[in-house]
Unconditional design. Sequence first.
Length: 258
Amino acid sequence: MNDHGFQNFLKDNLVARCRTNSAYSLRSFAKFLEIEPSFLSKMLNGKRSITQKTIVKIGKKLSLGPNEIKSFMGAQEDSDSTFHNLSLDHFKMISDWYHYAILELTELKSFESDPTWMAKKLGIQKIEVQVAVERLIRLNMLGRNSHGELKNISGRNTTVGSPYTTEAFRKLQKQILLQAVDALEMIPMLERDQSSITMAADSRLIKETKKRIKNFRRELCDFLQTHSKRKDHVYQLAISFFPATKNIQKNLIKEKEK
């Protein structure tokens, strides 16, 4: 049986509930699942094995279908389950912005491996940090030194191949754009730069435009990463270039047919 798969599923479910309700807790989750908080805590920490009976009971409470419950009970081959779990880890790592942010936090001079410190720094909940750190360790993005301190071992190559990559990046960009809206209201002008420009352009130049935007992102990142060793904050850069006029897809198709 693949305990880790169901364990990670429970952690992700708890994180999602805490995200929508800041007052939600492990005790609240245990009450909903109709199990003891200590029992749930041991399952989440890997200190207690998860039986098929427990999977069925909790699965039904979480509205899992019969096939989903069977997959967690080991109906699939171990290799398939491992691939499935890694794929979900890849999806979560890409689609939830704070995974990248945690990797960058480790570069700060003031960095602390304490989940409470990281949660406060990023404005998220402690459980989100704990689950994210475990995921990044499983994906060999984070490691620990001899003192137990977290270290970025991703080699700055944080894009991973996955069947879910397109959907995951879509979710990630939506989160970052929503953060940009919040920054517009909450962050002083001196600490941010948000501007836009509207222009008429030839749609045939989109490919070259995207290339130039990519080069700009990389050049700016290289400047900020290497120009100073005094890193004290993690920043988001979001650039949006899209048509304000309609039927651009038809124009591109016509152009290709010529």
